[in-house]
Design a protein around this ligand. Structure first.
Ligand code: F6P
Length: 762
């Protein structure tokens, strides 16, 4: 640092001195030229005006008069003297001091006499610097002699030297001041922040600081601080991954972590590449006034797939549905995401209003969604929607094939009911690609599926895949029975596979989960208390107990049934009035569809009705927050709640149940869970309810609030163990391993069953 300062100072001194000297040189030169011009002009004016006087006396040829004139005018400022010459250049009169200097006629005088006009020149005579101006003298227009005006021009040089001296001193003062100011700036604005940044980085390296740095005083270094913060975040993650690994080795557990999945997937992919196709994109760019916000949509698919792509750097193909999405992609409609820490590519597909209407709102959400969920909403199948669904599947398939074109071993994970036709479209063009489709919603009983006019095409499209995944075994069973019912195919119940037209498809359950890798750590309950009082303050209620529900506002989620159960609970156990508040976070969803729009209105009205019935000045039973909340916001509700209510009428898995469990580091809180969710098959320590049975749910609420701390802890501990062991990394690891280890050659499969050997994954 010291060496750097010395170098800086020397460079500054040299630089500023050179600049000052150059500017002084030009300044002095300018001044000198000005003074010379001024002297020339003065000589000329003086010479011309004196010539008239001299001409008369010269005419008279009076040497005495001429000498008088010379002496009379010879004492002006800087004037060295005068001389008068005759026609032949003979000296007639001269200032005595100049007699010897002007004894021989100066060349400028000869020139003036010859050319008959005034002329001047600077001359050096001995040590003296002189300026001589010669004027011809006339009689009747005839040249009869000449007058020489001689100035001492030495003062011009003296003046220039003075300017040089002044400028030099000024430059010296400038150098001093600039160096001083620069050093102060360096010290305050650069050296100080660098020292603080270094200190912070040292603290990060030794694990004594968070990756967050207050960058207020590091203005100049903001970009650097941002980069270091991201770097530190990765360092922290790596450190905690290493700690987790060490802990796992120590406790002999075999937990799936992001790092383990990365190694696992890379090993299986070899030089292959992972492609994910889903309707919903992981990051939407939404315009807010003049700025563009990045929004993570509320979607189970996004929650589950995002951590996998982050570790495997593949390509995710999805519908670009944000209103600023188009502005944020490159010329190939791609961008790297997450935007603040790019790890994988997102390829956006554009759908016009009509396509979105028919494929997404119509066929997917008015047809397939109610068809697969038993929630007693009648599916609507329109021929125009079916056409759009086919066209959209084709459009996504084309984009996927384009993305895969230079990839030798593509591994494709198709997500959800929006793309039943995609597996076959891909396999027709790229038979060597390994394709799986994961169905995130339930598969209904075959008789229920019968009502779809295109049931055959849908099932055939799916059977293009090498692997079909559902959350639970009963969905697999329903699918196999459906195939049996609608198609000519060999359904193998022993290996859970379907052979159709020489292509074999494996059908397997893969219970999806959440990103939960925390090792057992006795977490203080501090967080929950902090969260709880902060939340209560924000919500403006005072209550001893708090319940939480987090859902997209969808008729399958049983939100109205949940509210009825809360009302019934307060009716049945009035002691809890004023004591228990239920916070429902409801993310608006598919509001473009009438029944979703109506449901939102109905949920709001129902919350109001119950509140009007019970509320007091500082308490209400139901708080309905109908907007999308960030992951962090939801976490604080999960941690603050005494219970979480999941009352889906039918749900493939329901990740809210698992997120709640994952959030409870304190091993507190009770999960009340609908038995019609996939999650109910794994979270056996939840209080399981039939959401249609309002009294049963009300009893579960009472039971949760009155449960002994020991039992709560035991139940939560067991559920956390389950979710930790069956986290999303395990889900992805199993899915990818199963897909990579399948034999694609169906003749082999027919003898050995679908797999060459059963994968030994956890
Ligand atoms: O699995 C069901 C699912 O696809 C989830 O990913 C998501 O919660 C929802 O359905 C889809 O919501 P959206 O229509 O808003 O993408």
């Amino acid at each position: 640092m010291r060496l750097l300062s010395i170098r800086l100072i020397v460079s500054l001194i040299v630089g500023i001195t050179l600049v000052s000297l150059a500017s002084s040189y030009y300044e002095a030169l300018g001044e000198q030229t000005g003074l010379r011009r001024d002297l020339e002009r003065r000589s000329e004016v003086f010479g011309e005006s004196l010539a008239g006087n001299v001409e008369g006396d010269l005419e008279k040829d009076s040497a005495q008069d001429l000498q008088r004139i010379v002496q009379q005018y010879g004492n002006r400022e800087h004037l060295a003297g005068l001389a008068i010459y005759g026609r032949q250049g003979n000296l007639l009169a001269v200032t005595p001091d100049l007699a010897s200097t002007l004894a021989t006629v100066p060349s400028v005088m000869s020139q003036a006499l010859r050319e008959n006009h005034g002329a001047g020149e600077f001359q050096r005579v001995g040590h003296a610097s002189l300026h001589i101006y010669a004027v011809p003298l006339h009689q009747h227009d005839e040249v009869i002699g000449g007058l020489a005006i001689v100035h001492d021009s030495g003062y011009i040089r003296a003046e220039s030297l003075h300017i040089w001296r002044q400028t030099f001193l000024r430059a010296l003062a400038h150098v001093f001041l600039i160096v001083l100011i620069t050093l102060l700036i360096v010290r305050w604005s650069i050296a100080g922040p660098i020292a603080r940044t270094a200190q912070w980085m040292r603290a990060l390296r030794t694990g004594r600081s968070s990756s967050h740095q207050n960058a207020n005083d590091l203005d100049l270094f903001r970009p650097l601080v941002r980069e270091v913060a991201a770097f530190a975040e990765s360092l922290n993650q790596a450190r905690s991954a290493a700690e987790t690994e060490a802990h796992l080795r120590e406790s002999g557990e075999s937990l799936w972590t992001a790092d383990r999945l990365a190694v696992h997937v890379r090993k299986r992919l070899g030089n292959g590449r992972l492609f994910v196709v889903s309707n919903r994109e992981p990051y939407m760019h939404i315009r807010h006034g003049n700025s563009v916000d990045v929004v993570v949509p509320p979607s189970g698919v996004v929650t589950a797939i995002e951590p996998i792509l982050r570790v495997c750097d593949g390509t995710w193909i999805a519908h670009g549905s944000g209103d600023a999405d188009l502005e944020t992609v490159d010329e190939h409609d791609r961008l790297r995401v997450p935007p603040d820490d790019p790890r994988y590519s997102l390829r956006r597909i554009w759908l016009n209003k009509e396509e979105e209407e028919g494929y997404y709102y119509g066929f997917s959400n008015e047809g397939l969604w109610p068809l697969c969920h038993i929630a007693h909403t009648r599916p609507i199948f329109r021929a125009e929607d079916w056409k759009c669904y086919q066209a959209a599947n084709l459009k996504f398939a084309d984009a996927l094939l384009e993305e895969m074109k230079d990839v030798e071993k593509p591994i494709v994970l198709v997500q959800d009911y929006h793309f039943a036709l995609l597996p076959r479209l891909i396999k027709e063009k790229r038979p060597e690609a390994r394709v799986a489709i994961f169905w995130h919603i339930p598969w209904p009983a075959p008789q229920a599926f019968d009502i779809s006019p295109w049931r055959r095409e849908l099932v055939e499209g799916m059977l293009g895949a090498d692997l079909i995944g559902f959350h639970i075994q009963s969905h697999c069973n329903n699918f196999m029975q459906t195939v049996d019912r609608v198609l000519e195919a060999r359904v193998d119940w022993e290996h859970f596979s379907v052979k159709r037209l020489d292509h074999l498809t494996l059908v397997q359950p893969f219970p999806i989960s959440v990103d939960f890798t925390d090792v057992e750590q006795p977490e203080s309950t501090q967080d929950s208390y902090v969260d709880r009082s902060a939340l209560r303050k924000n919500l403006g209620v005072e209550s001893t107990y708090m319940g939480v529900g987090v859902d997209r506002v969808d008729y399958t989620k049983g939100i109205l049934e949940r509210f009825l159960a809360i009302e019934h609970f307060l009716e049945k156990y009035p002691a809890y009035q004023g004591q228990f508040t239920f916070v429902q976070i409801g993310a608006p969803s598919r509001g473009h569809l009438k029944n979703y729009h109506d449901l939102m209105v109905e949920v709001e009205a129902e919350a109001d009705r119950i509140n009007r019935r019970f509320q007091t000045d500082n308490w209400k039973p139901v708080i309905f927050l109908n907007r999308q909340h960030s992951h962090q916001e939801i976490q604080s509700y999960y941690r603050a709640a005494d219970l979480c209510l999941v009352t889906s009428l039918h749900d493939g898995m329901n990740l809210v149940a698992k997120e709640f469990v994952a959030a409870r580091h304190d091993e507190n809180g009770v999960l009340i869970l609908s038995c019609f969710t996939g999650a109910a098959h794994q979270l056996l320590d939840a209080l399981q309810i039939n959401p249609y049975d309002v009294d049963q749910t009300a009893e579960a609420i009472r039971c949760a609030l009155e449960m002994s701390p020991e039992e709560r802890k035991l139940r939560m501990h067991r559920m956390r163990k389950n979710v930790r062991e069956h986290n999303v990394y395990r889900w992805a690891g199993n899915l990818v391993a199963e897909l990579c280890e399948l034999r694609l050659d169906s003749s082999d499969k027919s003898t050995d069953g679908p797999r060459a050997s059963t994968a030994a994954w956890g």
